[in-house]
Structures are given as C-alpha cells and as structure tokens.
Design a binder for this molecule. Structure first.
Ligand SMILES: Cc1cc2nc3c(=O)[nH]c(=O)nc-3n(C[C@H](O)[C@H](O)[C@H](O)COP(=O)(O)OP(=O)(O)OC[C@H]3O[C@@H](n4cnc5c(N)ncnc54)[C@H](O)[C@@H]3O)c2cc1C
Length: 466
C-alpha cells in the first residue's frame, strides 16, 4: 500500500494524526482493524434496536479542552451539556453536586466551599494555558511565566496521593467524597502519588469547559474526523488489521497501538524493546450498558440532572475499593462511574445508561450484580426500569479493541512512574528507533482521554522529520 503516510488505528489519536498529516498536504491512508472507525469513540446498538450506546468514551471534557481539538475547529459535532456536570450521592444525606459554575459548586460544599475555590477553582481559573501545559507535558511550550508559576503551584498539589490531598484540603465528608470520585477516574490506588492530580484536572475541567456528551453518541465525533480526512483526499479503510510493519509501504507510519502490540509488529533494537517490555498496564474495567423504560429513580432527585454520577460513598470507601483493585482483588463494593446521557442528549433512542467499575487487569469476575447493587443503593427500584442490559468484561473489551490490554482503558497504568516514561524515557517518546515510525496512542504522553494529543505530537514530529 503506497502513500505518504499510513496511520494504523482510528482512535482519537490516530484520527487526529491522520487529519493533521492530510491537512499538511500528505496523502494519508488510515487502516483500522474493526469494522467501525473510532476506537474508544465508537457507539452502537448494544441493547435494543434504536438505542445508541457509547462503547468506550462518553464524557468529552478532554476533547473540549484539548488544544488539538480546539485548533481543528471540526464541523458537525455538537456537545450537549447536562444541567449538572457530576453528582455524588451519599447515604442518608443529600448528594454533592459539581456544577459548571464553580461558585455554585462551592456554595453546595458549605464549610469546604472556600477550600474548593482555592484548589480546584484556582486550577479552573488558570484556564486553557494551564490545560495546554498539562496536555503537552514535554512541550513544545510557548514561554508564559505566569502559567509556569501556576503550574508549579498546581504540580505541588497534583503530585500528592488523593487521600492525603483530600484530608488536608477539605474537612467535610461531602467535599472529600466529591474529590475522591473525580480522582478515581485515574484507576489508581488513591493512596498513590499523582492520583490527586487527576482529581484536580477533571474537577477543574468540569468548571472550565463542562462535562458534555456528543449529541447522537461519541461515534459522531469519530465520523466527523473520518469525513474530514476523506475531504482532504485521505483514504480510510476499516476491517484491516495490521499484523507486521513490513506490510506497510510509506515514509511515515503512525501507530495508534500500545507497546504490547508494537512489540509483536516489528523487530526492534534491544534497548528499546526492553523498555517497552517494562511498560505496565493498569487495572481493567467491567462495563455495563442498559436500556431503561424511564430515568433512574434516584433517591435524591437532584442526581437526575447530572450527566455523570459517581457511586461508592465516602472517600474512605472509594479508596478501599480502588486499593483492593490495585492489589489484584475484586472489590465487593466497587466505585462505579455512571453516565446518564439522556440528561443532556435526547437523541439516543430513549433512556440509555452507561457505567463501569474497575477490576484487576484481565479479571474474569462478573461484576453485574455488584454494579447494580451500587446503583440500587442510591436509586431503589432501579432494576425494575431495566428493559435490557449488556456487559463487557476485560476480555470482551480487548476483543473489540486490541489497545484495551486486559481491559485497561488507559493504554497503560497512569502512575507517576509512567507519566512521562510513556512508553519509554525520551524527550520525544512519540518517536521510535525505526526511521519514520511514530507512536501516538494513549500509551504516549499525555496518556488516556479523548484529547488527540498523542496524534498531534506524532504528526508534528513526522512532518518535522520529513
Ligand atoms: C469503556 C471506556 C470508557 C471511557 N470513558 C472515557 C470518557 O468518558 N472520556 C474520555 O476522555 N476517555 C474515556 N475513555 C478513554 C478513551 O477512550 C481513550 O483514552 C482513547 O480512546 C484513546 O485513544 P487512542 O487513539 O489512543 O486509542 P483507541 O481509542 O483505543 O483506538 C485504537 C484503535 O486502533 C485500532 N487498532 C489497534 N491495533 C490495530 C492494528 N494492528 N491494526 C489496525 N487497527 C488497530 C483499534 O481497533 C482501535 O480502533 C474510555 C475508554 C473506555 C474503553
């Protein structure tokens, strides 16, 4: 297959690389193993005909904040914002709410309102310059002394374990729980360093850009990127799994794959190979989707307006569940990350629900009962609303997307040790020792999420190398 550039894999990073290379005038061929483009952006009818479910990513805060997507100015994609960004129900007391408006959120946090404004609020106020720095942790940076100063302050808090940060910054059960629910997106043991950083970034994004879904499903975003590529003369081929690099004939090859797949695809220099072999994958997820005959009957009606709902109770309870998972155990009361897209988007064919919990990498445990028990805990009668359910454990996830190794949705453990060493130590880890071959997946900085920055970096380096 002859082209100026071949991109393997059509997740948000692969799509971003393909579009940017095509915009720079390169003849691009995009090869995707699955029948549908999008990787973590795919949607499908998982339960009943006409019901649209997101197979992977659904909350698009990262896409809205990402410098790559902001520069792209993509047409035809509408972000739908729920009335409340996120809710955190608690036993025997009102749910805690994260609003788009940081001051409204702070008011709801009572005694901890000031602390929320001083921590999360400060990160949100630093705005896009700080986000850009975080999503380009290795540069290139435009010199902005004020942003570096803000980043230094942010970094000192971000490096802390969530348990330490939450107990130091906040006094109330509510604020600590809200923050723990945010930080637990990282899939890290909340006692580990840097886990507070994920909580700070995700909470700040709720205030800076909101936590929207894509109207019509995340697939709409993937399809818009494919349409953009084709409008620039690029070719996009689905159902084509690349097994060996030798199959490809192009001066630029960009791989939206993780280290394990790269190792199987190419003969690599010994030092680099050893670096990739040392790369660690994180816990997996057990994902569920439901078709409901109406909204979830939350005990606290305020939760109905939230796009995202964090289930798992207090900081202590969530930290215990995540510590169990990190230690390779199945948590009986897991932290559950739930999204009710109908709160923002009425075009999904009815009330559809999306949720997952963390499990040890490669786990075969069926977590359906544990997940539904956590929903019932805060929404008694939930099970009566279920028309159909669909489950995917780690092996099912990896079967639909080989990048989800052992069910790890982050492309590798998001720990401090792998924040920059992703997948190897290098000032430009998107570059590989093979001339013209670049990595762009979430196994490169800045890591997981729909931000396209791995693709942005790989395309930039590829264009510079030519
Ligand atoms: C269940 C789940 C929920 C998530 N929720 C969110 C969320 O709400 N918000 C958010 O920002 N992020 C979320 N994420 C994470 C986000 O989806 C990923 O971080 C992001 O998709 C990574 O993008 P990527 O381009 O690196 O890889 P992927 O999106 O994983 O895409 C990789 C693509 O490459 C293809 N591929 C791999 N190997 C080959 C090969 N040899 N030949 C051809 N094609 C190949 C795969 O089939 C796949 O299509 C979630 C992920 C999952 C799975």
């Amino acid at each position: 297959m002859a082209a100026d550039a071949v991109v393997v894999g059509s997740g948000p990073n692969g799509l971003m690389a393909a579009v940017l290379l095509a915009r720079a005038g390169r003849q691009v061929v995009l090869l995707e193993a699955a029948e549908r483009f999008g990787g973590g952006l795919r949607s499908g009818e998982l339960t009943l005909p006409g019901r649209v479910h997101d197979l992977g990513a659904t909350v698009m805060a990262m896409a809205l904040a990402s410098p790559a997507f902001r520069e792209l100015e993509l047409k035809g994609v509408e972000f739908a914002h729920p009335p409340v960004a996120a809710a955190h129900p608690l036993d025997g007391r009102p749910a805690v709410l994260a609003h788009r408006d940081v001051h409204r959120t702070a008011e709801g946090l009572g005694r901890d309102g000031g602390a929320w404004l001083a921590t999360v609020g400060a990160a949100a106020r630093a705005g896009f310059p700080l986000v850009d720095l975080l999503l380009k942790p290795l540069g290139p940076w435009a010199p902005r002394p004020r942003t570096f100063a803000q980043a230094a302050g942010f970094g000192a808090a971000a490096l802390l374990p969530t348990t330490t940060f939450a107990r130091t910054a906040f006094r109330t059960t509510e604020a600590r729980a809200l923050f723990a629910g945010m930080a637990a997106h990282s899939t890290l043991d909340l006692r580990s360093p840097l886990s507070a950083g994920y909580g700070l970034v995700l909470s700040a994004l709720a205030h800076l850009v909101g936590w929207p879904v894509v109207r019509g499903g995340s697939q709409v975003l993937a399809d818009a990127l494919v349409a953009e590529l084709r409008s620039l003369g690029g070719e996009a081929v689905s159902g084509h799994r690349v097994r060996r690099l030798a199959e490809l004939d192009a001066p630029i090859v960009v791989l939206d794959v993780t280290p394990r797949q790269f190792l199987a695809m190419a003969d690599l220099p010994a030092g680099y190979r050893r670096g990739l072999e040392r790369y660690r994958y994180g816990p997996g997820v057990f994902k569920m989707d439901w078709a409901l005959d109406g909204p979830v009957p939350w005990r606290d009606p305020a939760v109905a307006g939230a796009g995202t709902v964090h289930l798992g109770g207090t900081l202590e309870e969530i930290a215990l569940g995540e510590a169990e998972t990190a230690a390779g155990k199945t948590s009986p009361r897991p932290y559950v990350l739930l999204v009710q897209p109908y709160a923002a988007d009425p075009t999904r064919g009815g009330h559809t629900l999306w949720a997952y919990c963390h499990v040890p990498n490669g786990s075969r445990a069926d977590m359906s009962d544990a997940i539904e028990a956590q929903i019932e805990r805060y929404a008694p009668g939930f099970r009566d609303r279920v028309l159909a359910r669909h489950t995917m454990g780690p092996a099912d996830l990896e079967a639909v997307n080989p990048n989800l190794v052992g069910g790890d949705i982050g492309g590798g453990l998001a720990a401090l040790s792998q924040f920059l060493r992703r997948p190897v130590w290098s000032p430009a880890p998107w570059r590989t020792p093979l001339p013209g071959v670049f990595l762009c997946s979430s196994a490169t900085p800045p890591g997981p999420g729909v931000h396209g920055m791995g693709g942005w970096q790989a395309a930039r380096l590829a264009l510079r190398a030519r």
